[in-house]
Design a protein around this ligand. Sequence first.
Ligand code: CA
Ligand code: CA
Length: 483
Amino acid sequence: MGNTDNQDVVAPDSSRGCSSESQNQVAYRPGSCTWKRLDKTGPPQGFARKPDLVAPGVGIATACDRSYVNNCQTDYGGGFAGGIATPTASGTSLSSPTVAGVAVLLRQRHPSWNAWQVMNALRASAVDLGPSGWDPAYGAGRVRAVEADAYTPDTTVPVVSRITPDGSWMIQGRVSYQLAPGQDIGDLAASGDVTQYVSGNGGTGSQVVSWDPVSGVLVMDHGLTTGSGAKDVVLRVTDTSGNAASITTRINRDVDVPVVTNTTRSYGQATLPLQMTGTVSDVGSGADHVVATPCGGGDGQTFAVNPDGSFTVTMSEATTAGAGACRDVVPVDKAGNTGTGVSVSLVYNPPRQAPPAQNPAPGASQPAPAPSQAARPIPAPSAPAPSPGPVTSPPLASPVVTLRPSGPARLTAAGGVSVPVRITGRGLITARVPGTPWKRAIRVSPATRTLRLVLPRAIARKARTITLRTPTGTRTVRLTRTR
Ligand SMILES: [Ca+2]
Ligand SMILES: [Ca+2]
């Protein structure tokens, strides 16, 4: 309650509300000034916007006697007939009884009105003073009895609808609602089926994150704290006339993290880029995507997970033979849970050009080598051109390759293999690492002194021997690990 003089000027000693903040900003901003609901009546704590009203409270004629009342003052400008000075007093102690008297009249005139409706009648009928609308000096304005009597109470139930989510999945998350703009919200209360809580009553742990009275958008933390599964959260909205509406939001809570399974490392791809494939399984919301981050750090890249859980991660930086790429791949489910990552390293080993046809058609030309083969780490002489001959001559016999390792074959930690050899003849040999799917075709000639290969790291870790197959036989070579 504030007090004004007969010019509608707020008295210096009048009580004033929070500065320029709106009612609901005050209610939802921790640390801002909030109404203390000390007497447990009236509007809920945190929703109060004070003062409510002003009423005349300066120089009010009273029956007070200065002999007994300290703040009883004398107004020598007025006076009773007969020239006796009129005893007056100032302060909200004088303005409050005026408003209380109007409220009593309203109660008598409208016995069906509840306390909210009497309060609203007083506010709505007041003369707006000072800045337009409610302000911290005048509140709703100066009380008016006749206009308050003519007030029609609000019986409209608040209209509230949910914006997000609707049956979607979340861990901790927020629910947003749309309240019809302009509603005078008296109370907001929300509850979950696991954790009971209230909001908007000024208590600690309020779940309301934001509330914009202009747009009517309210955002609330759902407040659920336990387990996965379907949960109901209820928001109850009560307006300042006591009209209430509630809305229930079904939340599918998922706190189970996704898991990467069935990782397949692809290597030696015939075409770039390198790709790693795998599957993500998830309890609850289902896998959504994986985030692949360079193992040495850097920006993560997102790859979608298909409905069947499969995904493919591509690594585009390895474009030359022997170049490698590495990713830490972390699965994420639709609720935002992130699982444990897997680390994947791949080495680009371009496929060998197809061996020349054993019986090339007369006049057939050799295909041009692919550009990437220029970067092959293995020095290999050109394939022998088919011997020229008459077009009617029979097919040439296969070149004969005999091979005798001439020293220890070495394997470095990086996967590099070198095998000293002596070669007779020209043609292709096939290298394999027993127990793995890895194989490679190598073109050789008598000039070849060392076979050089690069194994993917995963293969190199398993490799103990390497098998070299020639048209005339197979030889297994033991690998010596070197630094
Ligand atoms: Ca005003
Ligand atoms: Ca999950």
